[in-house]
Ligand binder design. Sequence first.
Ligand SMILES: NC(=O)c1ccc[n+]([C@@H]2O[C@H](COP(=O)([O-])OP(=O)(O)OC[C@H]3O[C@@H](n4cnc5c(N)ncnc54)[C@H](OP(=O)(O)O)[C@@H]3O)[C@@H](O)[C@H]2O)c1
Length: 232
Amino acid sequence: MKNFLVTGASKGIGFETALALCRQEYRVLALSRDEEGLSRLQTAAEGATGSLDTLCYDLMQPDTASLLEWINRQGGLDVLINNAGLLVNKPFAELTMADWQESFSVNLFGAVSLIQTVMPFLQVTATAHIVNIGSMGGFQGSSKFPGLSAYSASKAALANLTECLAEELKDSGISVNCLALGAVQTEMLATAFPGYQAPVTKADMGSFVAWFATQGGRFFNGKILPVSVSTP
Ligand SMILES: NC(=O)c1ccc[n+]([C@@H]2O[C@H](COP(=O)([O-])OP(=O)(O)OC[C@H]3O[C@@H](n4cnc5c(N)ncnc54)[C@H](OP(=O)(O)O)[C@@H]3O)[C@@H](O)[C@H]2O)c1
């Protein structure tokens, strides 16, 4: 049985990804800051054939002890899904350095810190896969939208990190990929594009991310893959 770590699992795409994985007999550790959201996930996962544990975890103040304790208890980690994300929607001229720092802390440094923490475990498993959840906003040559510069720049950095890491880790057997998502109906989308109706539900995207996380590492490495049917 494979072990998965999913960030940003209190709601949206991360919630659905964690749920889809534990319904497929995998062992999942789901992270977010929101205890209530995590307990909703626990309720939704009741009766699933896999197992679900949750952990309150702030990517801006990472405390890795409980995380490492879970991984050691489960005998290792196979897949890390860096899904948590933060979107600040403000004109560039109004963005404060705190906005930039928060955007990069969650969207880039949060992933960096987790990857460094779990790398020793991934290095010793045959099917290790790191899936970074990026955005079409951070995909080179895609349509860009006003108000999303801090968010999009941080996602572009995450995409670039994916390519760099895949090269650096290629001899360790760890695949590293980035899914550049298009519009999915979640709270974050409503913040970015109020009133817009996305063509993809969070449940559908969660199922896709879960599938990609389990299988994609065999077919892709170092890839930034657009997963998008619309603009935005
Ligand atoms: N929805 C879209 O259209 C779309 C498009 C492109 C890319 N994406 C990407 O897909 C991912 C999921 O997005 P979503 O739409 O599902 O967003 P969402 O519903 O807003 O969920 C975001 C998740 O990130 C977590 N998070 C934020 N800050 C955190 C922090 N400091 N520490 C720990 N967790 C934190 C939140 O958890 P708590 O607040 O509970 O801690 C929440 O679980 C994000 O990376 C997003 O950028 C989404």
